[in-house]
Design a protein around this ligand. Structure first.
Ligand code: TMP
Length: 253
């Protein structure tokens, strides 16, 4: 934490120097932002929940052979990760139309797509994370055709895993975003899932009721965000032991 050297501060997480070369400590903040940081709030307990949930998803991905940056959780808000070079693209997978896709194409939110669609946005808040065609990515040298093929394959494996895990606890995986990093190992580099996977970066709807259990609760003022994430964590059986409880006065004697 504060004793470690800060490497980078993002909107929801801060990266610190790790204990060994090639590692970083990823600290999950309680800050929530939406619409490229136009809307902001602090949601008590969100960082703790996302740290746990991201640990759960990244560990599961590792167990089925999908490479990630995750090494281990250190404490309630921090995890040890491998240092990677983040490709400045948001890799989005959609199973149902929602959000910007529904808006752009005038589709009803929740329309099932004939197959999962993978798209890329250029990660730049000041430009509003614009959608970029693969042609741009290659022409501008952000990634090669091989990288793109690998990124699509990685994203679809994450989609199958996440959709299955969520379905098992009565949740529909509508869409999600991942970030991918380059991991250098000697002369080799490979692409790994990086950043975080949490309800901040997914759309999750209850299968029965359609209730939203993701950051849209905050974006669209639909209720208490921490309650929604707690419900996801509860269903997955990863509720932190000492998660922040609703505050009650404590009697000291
Ligand atoms: P969108 O419909 O707004 O394009 O979002 C698609 C998915 O990507 C949705 O699950 C939310 C996630 N997402 C992020 O995690 N970060 C972002 O900056 C944006 C725009 C979307």
């Amino acid at each position: 934490m504060s004793r470690r050297k800060k490497i980078y501060e993002g909107k929801a997480k801060t990266l610190y120097e790790g204990p060994e070369p090639g590692t970083l400590v990823q600290y999950f903040k309680d800050d929530a932002t939406a619409f490229n940081a136009e809307k902001r709030d602090v949601i008590e307990g969100k960082g703790v929940l996302n740290n746990r949930l991201s640990e759960f998803f990244m560990t599961g991905l590792g167990q089925i052979g999908v490479p990630t940056h995750f090494l281990k959780r250190i404490n309630m808000r921090e995890q040890l990760i491998r240092a990677v070079e983040i490709i400045p693209l948001e890799v989005i997978v959609r199973n149902y139309a929602a959000g910007s896709m529904a808006k752009r194409l005038g589709m009803e939110e929740g329309t099932v797509l004939p197959r999962p669609i993978v798209e890329f946005s250029y990660k730049d808040d000041s430009l509003g994370d614009p959608l970029v065609p693969e042609e741009y990515i290659i022409a501008l040298g952000w990634a090669s055709q091989q990288d793109l093929d690998d990124m699509v394959a990685l994203a679809l494996r994450v989609n199958d895993f996440m959709a299955g895990v969520m379905y098992g606890v009565g949740i529909k995986l509508v869409d999600f975003k991942i970030e991918i990093g380059r991991l250098y190992e000697g002369d080799f580099q490979r692409l790994v899932v990086a950043d975080e996977i949490s309800p901040d970066s997914c759309r999750l709807w209850d299968l029965e009721t359609g209730q939203k259990l993701d950051k849209d609760v905050f974006r669209r003022d639909l209720g208490n965000l921490a309650d929604a994430y707690t419900e996801v964590a509860r269903r997955l059986g990863v509720l932190p032991q000492n998660a922040p409880q609703p505050s009650k006065p404590t009697l000291i004697n």
